[in-house]
Ligand binder design. Structure first.
Ligand code: ARE
Length: 569
C-alpha cells in the first residue's frame, strides 16, 4: 500500500524557501521524488527509512508540485500511473500564507441572523417600513412559515438573540459560527449591502456584534462573517452616485451602452463591482476602511460570497489575483484570519492557484451525496447515483486539493441556498443521520445549518423544488418541537470530530466494500477509523473494534446503515 498525505510533510505548513521532508508510506525499496521547478521536472533520489521512502527538498514555489517514481510506476495525487502524468495529477503543496491552525476540521454552525433568535427587545422593522424591489417589506410572526417572497419577509432575529443562544450552541459543541450578512441592507438576507461599515441596526448594530464577539472569545469560539464583495446593494450611496456618468464612482461598476449594468445573476438590486477600478480596489482591498480590514477586530474570518465571480470588467477576469489580494488584506490585519470562498463551480483550479484558505463547496460533497441518498437528480449529476460512484467523486475531489487545504474545506449538506437535507430525504431520519455521519467522518470542516440538529425541515410540498426561501424558516425555540434523539446524535458527532485527531486531520483512503456501500478509511499517525455507509442498510464483515457512535464493541458480521469503527490494534 502506498499512502501520502498532509501528515507526511515536515513541517506540514512550510514557508517559501523552507526545506520540507517528504515521506511516502510504501513497501517499495527505492524511489525518486519528481518535482517541478522553473517549468521543468527535476528528480531526487529517496532514502529508504522505516515504513517508507523519504526525501528533503526546498519549497521553491507555491504551488509546489511533485510525485513519486516507484518501481511499479508513477504515484501521484490520484494513485498509480504507467506514464508520467500531467501536472494536474501531481500532489500540490502550498507555502504560507495558509489557513490558521484553528480552522483545521473546525465544526461550523451556520446562522441566518433574521431567522435564528430574537433578543430581549424587538429591533425588527415593522410591516411596510420600506419598499424592497418596489414592494413593501413584510413583518412575520416567528411561528409563520416562510412564503415565496423571502427577501422581503422579516422575522426579527438579531445578534442579541444569538448572544442569548450561546449556551445552547456551546452545549451542542460547535466551534465556529458562520453568519450570513449582517451589514445594513434593505432585504432580510442582506446580500445587497447599503453600508458596509454599519452592522444593521435591526440586528442590534455594532454594540451587538461587539458583545457577541467578546462572548465568543470568552468561550474559545470563533466568528466568520459573510463578505459580499462581488456586488453591492443598489441603494448603496456609491452606486447611487455612479448613476451619474460623470461621477468618480461610475468606474467601480460596469455600465453598458443601453444604461444597464453588470450585476449578480442579472439581479438589479446587486450591481457587480469592477476590480479594475482603483476606487473599488481602495474601498474593498487596500484602504484602511475596506470592510475586510475594518471588521477584522470583531471577527476571525470571512466567507467570500460568490468568490468565483469576483473580478474585472463585469466578469471574473483576474479572479485569482483579487481573491489572493482579499485574503492577504484580512491576514495583514490579523495573522490567524481564515478566509474561504463560496466556490460554486471549480474549487480545485482556484484553490491550487494559491488564493484562499478553503471553500464552501457543493460539487465535491453535498451534491453527489444528496443525489445518492435522495435518488433525485441534482445539478446534472445522473440519478440514481450508486455508492461507489459517489465515493469516486468524493475521493477525486479530495485528492485533487492542495494538501494544506484538505481539512479546511467548508463542507455541508444543507445551507441557506439549497433545500434542507432532511426535507430532501422526505423526513427519513435514519438516512439523514447517515448523511451527517458521513459529513463528520469525511475530511474537512463540517457545517451544521441552524436547525438541522433538532430536525427542522421546510414547509413547502416536495413537488415545489426550492431551497431559498423555504429553507430559511425560523428556529423553533419551543423545545417541544425538537427531536431530542437527533440532537443527541449531533452532539455525539461533534464530540467525535473534536476528540479524534484522525477524523479532524487524518488522510483519506479507500476501503473495499460490497455493492451499495460507501466505505473509506481515515488514517493519522498509524491510527485508523473505518467508515461504512449503506443507504438501504447492509450486512458488513468488519474487523474487531469499537463503534464510535454507540461506544459498543463490534466484530464479524454486522447489520448497519452507518458505522464509524475504530479497530482494536
Ligand atoms: C432571490 C430570491 C430567489 C430567486 C432569486 C433570483 O430569494 O428565490 O431565485 O432572487 O431572482 C442572495 C439571497 C437570495 C436572492 C439572491 C438574489 O440570499 O435569496 O435570491 O441574493 O437576490 C449559485 C451561485 C452562488 C449563490 C447561489 C444562490 O453560484 O454564488 O447560487 N450563492 C450566494 C449566496 C446567496 C446570495 C448570493 C450568492 C448573492 O450564498 O444566498 O443570494 O449575494 C449549484 C449551482 C450553483 C449554485 C449552488 C448553490 O452548485 O450550480 O449555481 O450557486 O448550487 O445554490
Amino acid at each position: 500500500m502506498n499512502y501520502h498525505d498532509l501528515e507526511h510533510l515536515s513541517p506540514p505548513f512550510p514557508r517559501l524557501g523552507e526545506e520540507v521532508a517528504i515521506f511516502l508510506e510504501t513497501e517499495a525499496q527505492e524511489g525518486l521524488l519528481l518535482y517541478e521547478k522553473d517549468g521543468e521536472v527535476l528528480q531526487k533520489p529517496m532514502a529508504r527509512v522505516p515504513g517508507g521512502l523519504k526525501a528533503q527538498v526546498t519549497v521553491a514555489q507555491s504551488p509546489f508540485r511533485y510525485l513519486f517514481r516507484l518501481p511499479e510506476g508513477y504515484w501521484g495525487s490520484h494513485g498509480l500511473e504507467k506514464a508520467l502524468p500531467r501536472y494536474d495529477r501531481f500532489f500540490h503543496l502550498l507555502a504560507h500564507p495558509l489557513p490558521p491552525e484553528w480552522a483545521l476540521g473546525t465544526v461550523f454552525y451556520q446562522i441566518f441572523p433574521d431567522r435564528f433568535r430574537q433578543g430581549p427587545k424587538d429591533l425588527a422593522p415593522q410591516d411596510g417600513a420600506w419598499l424592497y424591489g418596489g414592494k413593501p417589506i413584510r413583518r412575520k410572526a416567528w411561528h409563520e412559515p416562510p412564503g415565496p417572497d423571502g427577501s422581503r419577509e422579516f422575522y426579527g432575529g438579531d445578534l442579541f438573540g444569538l448572544l442569548e443562544a450561546l449556551p445552547y450552541l456551546q452545549d451542542l459543541g460547535v466551534e465556529t459560527l458562520y453568519l450570513t450578512p449582517i451589514f445594513q441592507s434593505p432585504s432580510s438576507h442582506r446580500y445587497d449591502t447599503e453600508d458596509y461599515l454599519q452592522v444593521d441596526p435591526h440586528l442590534g448594530g455594532e454594540e451587538a456584534l461587539k458583545a457577541l464577539y467578546q462572548a465568543l472569545e470568552a468561550r474559545g469560539m470563533k466568528l466568520v462573517l459573510d463578505g459580499v464583495f462581488n456586488h453591492i446593494g443598489a441603494t448603496h450611496p456609491w452606486f447611487q452616485r455612479a448613476l451619474d456618468p460623470m461621477s468618480p464612482e461610475r468606474a467601480m461598476f460596469t455600465f453598458f451602452p443601453d444604461g444597464t449594468y453588470a450585476s449578480f445573476w442579472g439581479v438589479r438590486q446587486m450591481p457587480k463591482l469592477d476590480y479594475a477600478s482603483p476606487l473599488t480596489q481602495e474601498r474593498f482591498v487596500f484602504g484602511k476602511r475596506a470592510p475586510i480590514r475594518h471588521w477584522m477586530r470583531l471577527c476571525h474570518g470571512w466567507r467570500l460570497d460568490v468568490a468565483h465571480a469576483i473580478g474585472e470588467g463585469g466578469t471574473n477576469r483576474k479572479n485569482a489575483r483579487w481573491l489572493r489580494a482579499l485574503a492577504r488584506a484580512a491576514k495583514e490585519e490579523r495573522e490567524d484570519a481564515f478566509v474561504f470562498g463560496e466556490l460554486s463551480y471549480d474549487t480545485v483550479p482556484t484553490l491550487r492557484a494559491h488564493t484562499l484558505d478553503g471553500a464552501m463547496h457543493y460539487a465535491g460533497f453535498a451534491h453527489p451525496v444528496m443525489a445518492w441518498l435522495s435518488g433525485r437528480d441534482v445539478h446534472g449529476l445522473p440519478a440514481p447515483l450508486g455508492a461507489h460512484e459517489v465515493w469516486q467523486v468524493l475521493h477525486d475531489h479530495y485528492a485533487a486539493l492542495p494538501l494544506q487545504l484538505r481539512h479546511t474545506m467548508y463542507t455541508l449538506l444543507s445551507s441557506h441556498d439549497i433545500p434542507r437535507a432532511l426535507w430532501r430525504l422526505r423526513g427519513d431520519k435514519e438516512r439523514f443521520k447517515l448523511a451527517y455521519a458521513l459529513l463528520f467522518a469525511f475530511p474537512g470542516s463540517p457545517a451544521i445549518y441552524y436547525g438541522d440538529e433538532i430536525g427542522l425541515s421546510q414547509p413547502n410540498p416536495y413537488e415545489v423544488w426550492a431551497g431559498d426561501p423555504y429553507c430559511r424558516a425560523p428556529f423553533p425555540w419551543d423545545e417541544a418541537a425538537w427531536d431530542r434523539n437527533l440532537l443527541r446524535f449531533f452532539k455525539r458527532l461533534v464530540h467525535l470530530k473534536k476528540t479524534h485527531p484522525v477524523l479532524r486531520q487524518g488522510g483519506l483512503l479507500p476501503l473495499e466494500a460490497p455493492e451499495g456501500v460507501l466505505a473509506f478509511r481515515r488514517r493519522w499517525r498509524g491510527k485508523e477509523v473505518l467508515a461504512y455507509f449503506a443507504k438501504e442498510g447492509a450486512r458488513l464483515r468488519v474487523p474487531q473494534g469499537v463503534d464510535l457512535l454507540t461506544g459498543q464493541e463490534v466484530a464479524g458480521e454486522v447489520e448497519a446503515r452507518y458505522l464509524l469503527l475504530e479497530p482494536v490494534s
